[in-house]
Design a protein around this ligand. Structure first.
Ligand SMILES: Cc1cc2nc3c(=O)[nH]c(=O)nc-3n(C[C@H](O)[C@H](O)[C@H](O)COP(=O)(O)OP(=O)(O)OC[C@H]3O[C@@H](n4cnc5c(N)ncnc54)[C@H](O)[C@@H]3O)c2cc1C
Length: 395
């Protein structure tokens, strides 16, 4: 059997499934989504699911706000447990980090992000198991949320299917090529054809694009997370981020806590990288918790894992047509923020694909792949929950 589509999407993570959802809503022609694994088998199924507007630039804030609206509405209709508003708070003690935080507060206010500064007493009320020294500065965004990324992906997938999208999963890709005016992927023994191809394959996107002679500056890297159970359990609390250690945490069901960072700033191969946590991540996390979150010092470690994310040189995603081919598009390079960006950016890409007009191009301008010269040199990933202004390094 051969599946023929207007659009063939590679990757059933949250980016590819959100795109399929938005394309069918816009009658973007038959859509086929292919994944050699299963939906959410990549980074999506390993993510913490923090969604915050405390971001680097106005474009990111607007996109994430759109995602939040979509996620709230989808969860409301299909799975209320997939979306919870709990707020997000970050803090700093050191002068340099405080200066960055203050600059970030000014920018966030300019972009209309709802934020409050908390004095140490109010911070300790929100985060009673944390330790805050004199001079701590913090910023709280009360409308931020957490999502269950896999549950949300299920909702996007179900909606796309209802709209007619076809999903082909669980069979290896044998080949991918341009043939007789269309892209053709051999999925197991089944040929899949699409007039346009969207590479939304997360950490695997780099190799796929290289394999069809359209390389883009992408670098897969590993990041860690762990599930903890403090002895007394915890009630709901805002997601938190300690700027100096870069450790974050969010509430999980049944009194548990999901905590992470352990981001490794080196490129890896997603096919061969171990999916279990490094022992150093666990010991570093325990050390940070003891100092910064003493109320959780005796927490039981239930599980720890890694996932592979995808960096770009300027920390902005790569979304839109790949230079040199009208029929090839990319939706990747989320630098560890793909859950929060997926809904908003997939809608923008679907709008561009179904209209191709000037306004739609403008809405994607900061993330269009054409911003990079051909043959951009290798670079080191530098993602993270940073509070700097995200200014791109120069080539
Ligand atoms: C520990 C951890 C914590 C995180 N926390 C957050 C967070 O709090 N908030 C946030 O916004 N983001 C977070 N992220 C980042 C987020 O998970 C990713 O940015 C996001 O899931 C990327 O989605 P994706 O669809 O692009 O990629 P993925 O979810 O990785 O999906 C890519 C898919 O492509 C498939 N694929 C591979 N090869 C092929 C092929 N040849 N053809 C077709 N498909 C292929 C894979 O099987 C996979 O299913 C976190 C990530 C990790 C690992």
């Amino acid at each position: 059997m051969s599946a023929k589509a207007e659009v063939l999407v590679l990757g059933a993570g949250i980016a590819g499934c959100a795109l399929a959802h938005h394309l069918v809503l816009r009658n973007g022609g038959p859509v086929v989504v292919y994944d050699p694994r299963t939906p959410s088998a990549g980074a999506t199924g390993r993510a913490a699911g923090i969604v915050t507007e405390q971001l680097w630039n106005r474009w990111d804030v607007e996109v994430t706000r759109e995602s939040k609206e979509q996620y709230a509405a989808l969860a409301d209709r299909g799975d209320p447990s997939a979306y919870t508003v709990n707020g997000f708070v970050r803090w700093a003690h050191q002068p340099d980090a405080i200066a960055s935080l203050e600059a970030s507060i000014r920018r966030l206010r300019n972009w209309g992000v709802q934020i409050e500064e908390l004095d140490p007493v109010r911070l300790a009320e929100r985060v009673p198991w944390g330790r805050f020294d004199e001079g701590v500065r913090s910023v709280f965004s009360p409308t931020d949320s957490i999502v269950d990324p896999s549950a949300l992906n299920d909702l996007f997938t179900a909606s796309a299917r209802r709209g007619g999208a076809e999903f082909v999963t669980g069979v290896p890709m044998r080949s991918l090529r341009w043939s007789s005016g269309a892209w053709e992927a051999m999925a197991g023994s089944q040929p899949l054809r699409g007039r346009r191809l969207v590479v939304a394959a997360g950490a695997w996107s780099k190799r796929i694009l290289e394999g069809i002679d359209h390389p883009l500056p992408l670098a897969p890297y590993r990041t860690h997370a762990a599930l903890l159970r403090p002895p007394s359990g915890v009630a709901s609390f805002p997601s938190v981020h300690d700027i100096e250690t870069d450790v974050y945490a969010r509430p999980e069901s049944n009194g548990r806590v999901l905590a992470g960072d352990g981001t490794q700033l080196v490129e890896v191969d997603p096919e061969t990288v171990p999916s279990g946590a490094d022992p150093t991540f666990v010991s570093d996390l325990a050390a940070t918790i003891e100092v910064r979150f003493p109320g959780w010092a005796n927490a039981e470690l239930l599980r720890a894992w890694t996932g592979v994310c995808t960096a770009t040189p300027d920390r902005r995603p790569l979304v839109g047509p790949v230079p040199g081919s009208d029929a090839l598009l990319v939706l990747s390079g989320f630098n560890g923020f793909g859950v929060m960006r997926a809904g908003g950016v997939a809608r923008r890409l679907a709008e561009w694909m179904t209209s191709g007009g000037g306004r739609e191009t403008e809405r994607l301008e900061p993330v269009l792949p054409r911003r990079f010269p051909q043959g951009a040199p290798p670079f080191r990933p530098r993602p993270g929950f940073t509070v700097d202004d995200g200014i791109a390094p120069r080539f």
